[in-house]
Design a protein around this ligand. Sequence first.
Ligand SMILES: [Fe+2]
Length: 312
Amino acid sequence: MEITRRGFFFGAAAAVAGTAWGNDGVDNNLTVFLSDIHISGIGIQGQPTYQNPLLDKVIDQVLALRPRPRRAVVFGDVALWRGYAADYAESAPRLKRLSDAGIEVTVTTGNHDHRVPLFAAFPDQAKRTPVPGRVTSVVDLGTADLLLLDSLNENAEGEGSNNAVAGTLDDGQAKWLKGWATDAKRPFFVGAHHPPEEVPLDGHNLLDTLETNPRFAGYIHGHNHRWYRRWYHNGYSRRHVVRIACLPSTGWWGTIGFAFFRTFADRAELSLAPGNDFFFPKPLGPGEQRPPEWDDIVNEERGGKCLFHYQA
Ligand SMILES: [Fe+2]
């Protein structure tokens, strides 16, 4: 992959892998994963807004990609803290820049979102959800599907209230997910805002239920604002392990950036996009010294990848 003034180019990598893209300059096997965008409504007392232009920067980077990705997925925490309609009034037009450019946008909830204002700002989500009342989606990733769950444990007071930080999975989504997994005709990933330990299925970590499914290809989440990859095993009687990846935040705190997700006939590759940064808990103010470990983290994470093997 090469970075030029016009953007990121995948030509060399695509030629090696035999990947092709259409005459419209869009790669059907390429998706960008964004998470924890934490966009703040303007004028809400006490809400910082430094993260808003950092999402704009990520969107500029995505729009500069050649070929263009077919789709973008936002893994929750669309709103800053309490899911105000004003927060979505700032996030929806920003993400619309992607859909206006022909990039399909899918969002789900995080613990800082509220469903009513989110559905109002992203009405397509209500039309496409297979589980009414939940911000759930099936995303075609090219050679696999992403079952994007709504893991928000919402406070009944709704907009403007704080939710539980930990995730959950309601019975409706659990039933739908198990049905999909049983009938799956091709590989599928499961994604949500929360890590799998907080998305229970049948009273257990959902990976306990899914890991024996031959079509289950891996799990991707946000929430922790860290770029990390790990693996899961269910006991010591099997060789198979499940890959799990956590996505960066586009601009709130922690690892800052986004990720590419590219599918092939026999695998998918998740990679941290060039240009990643790190800050905690907010960007430096005037005159502040940048701690050396921030650069260490940036340098250590740059170019990081996670592979998922499957049979399409
Ligand atoms: Fe977050």
